[in-house]
Write a protein that binds this ligand. Structure first.
Ligand code: SAM
Length: 375
């Protein structure tokens, strides 16, 4: 059984409806952003604006300005807004489906994608509070972790269709690659609410294993200690992947797991070289990422990705600099991994598969023995 077949077995056969459900959530994002712009009095007939004028009118906090640049880019790409090629001026915002009508469909779309009701409630709460989120009067963290509750985040990273598939892929790869003749060592970075750690540890329950669960934030380590503290295979440590001076809490790892975290790299090449140095030769990185800016995320999860005031934004030192985006495409990851001396062995789901429409993928890249750049 290949990792892909293992992943498919975890999600069942009925996947053809996924692209349409995802598109439905995209439409929520487009309708909602168009509504926010219109309600702010922007794009009245015959009026042209620069992007900066739009941002100023919405009084967007400086750390969130990249998000609105993304909205404008998306509306132009979807032919809902015109951008004058010579001047860059924006105009003629087309009518969209009324946002209220699109919102009514969100619980059904979320259910089709395997998200629990808490996730659809989060998407709707964020959509309704966009002007306040933009001005930093409300934080996305407060909507996602309502009174310290991680149920919504659990549903975002685990249990839904695409993450169930990707976690099953990761578990199959781990089972196949981890040594059985000695204790295997797994280092997870940005392990967060354990969206990947929990299913991985369950799938590897019979294995002699040391699992080093790390995150940049104590909030997540405390939560993980509650959920996993009883499992004697697990150790916990603080680790910031951007910290060049950080010593790894798990040298010579057989596997490094990084699920939805490495896009936080300030310089992705730097971080991948660091990850490589934490692996033993022949060890592998399991990387889970989104390969594009999801329209839905631009009205919800992206607010969690804005840098803290004064901090360097993700991508500031790499190929994303100045582009108002956080994600690298799958091809860009493949090239960066290669550059760092990590050779891609598996990349799933296959492009064009219905699961691919959900935007996330897993790449398994092996530490080649040769020097980075010469691999
Ligand atoms: C989108 S969440 C994913 C959580 C987890 N991997 C999962 O799938 O459930 C991203 C996680 O990365 C962590 N993170 C963000 N920046 C980081 C950094 N520079 N180094 C390590 N972890 C980081 C966050 O605290 C958060 O827990």
């Amino acid at each position: 059984v290949t990792p892909h077949e293992h992943g498919l077995a975890a999600v069942g056969a009925d996947l053809d409806h996924l692209p349409a459900a995802m598109r439905g959530l995209d439409e929520l994002a487009l309708a909602t952003t168009a509504e926010v712009l219109r309600r702010a009095g922007l794009f009245r007939p015959g009026v042209r604006h620069t992007a900066e004028q739009v941002l100023d009118r919405l009084r967007v906090a400086s750390r969130h300005r990249w998000i609105v640049h993304g909205w404008l880019r998306a509306l132009v790409e979807e032919h809902l807004l015109r951008r004058d090629p010579a001047t860059g001026l924006l105009h003629d915002l087309s009518p969209t489906t009324p946002a209220a009508r699109v919102r009514a469909d969100v619980p059904r779309l979320c259910a089709r994608l395997g998200y629990p009701p808490a996730v659809s409630a989060f998407f709707l709460a964020a959509a309704e509070r966009l002007p306040s989120l933009l001005r930093d009067e409300v934080s996305a963290q407060s909507l996602l972790f309502d009174a310290g509750d991680t149920a919504t985040a659990d549903g975002v990273y685990r249990g839904n269709v695409v993450n169930t598939y990707l976690n099953a892929v990761a578990a199959a790869v781990a089972a196949e690659r981890l040594p059985t003749s000695r204790r295997a060592r797994v280092l997870e970075v940005g392990a967060g609410v354990g969206g990947t750690a929990l299913p991985l540890l369950a799938a590897l329950r019979d294995r002699d294993l040391e699992y080093v669960f790390t995150d940049v934030s104590r909030f997540f380590l405390d939560g993980a200690r509650d959920a996993l503290g009883e499992d004697r295979r697990v150790r916990f440590a603080l680790l910031d992947v951007n910290d060049a001076a950080a010593a790894t809490p798990a040298p010579d790892a057989d596997l490094v797991v990084a699920a939805n975290v490495l896009h936080n790299a300030v310089d992705v090449r730097d971080v991948l070289r660091r990850v490589r140095s934490w692996l033993r030769p022949g060890g592998a990185l399991v990387l889970v990422e989104s390969g594009r800016e999801l329209r839905q995320a631009s009205v919800s999860m992206q607010f969690l990705m804005s840098p803290a005031p004064g901090a360097r934004p993700a991508g500031d030192g790499d190929l994303r600099a100045g582009q108002n985006r956080v994600f690298l495409t799958r091809d860009e990851w493949t090239a960066e991994l290669h550059e760092a001396g990590l050779h891609v062995r598996t990349s799933l789901p296959p492009t064009g598969h219905p699961l691919d429409a959900l935007g996330q993928f897993a790449v398994i890249a092996e530490r080649t023995t040769s020097h980075p750049n010469r691999s």
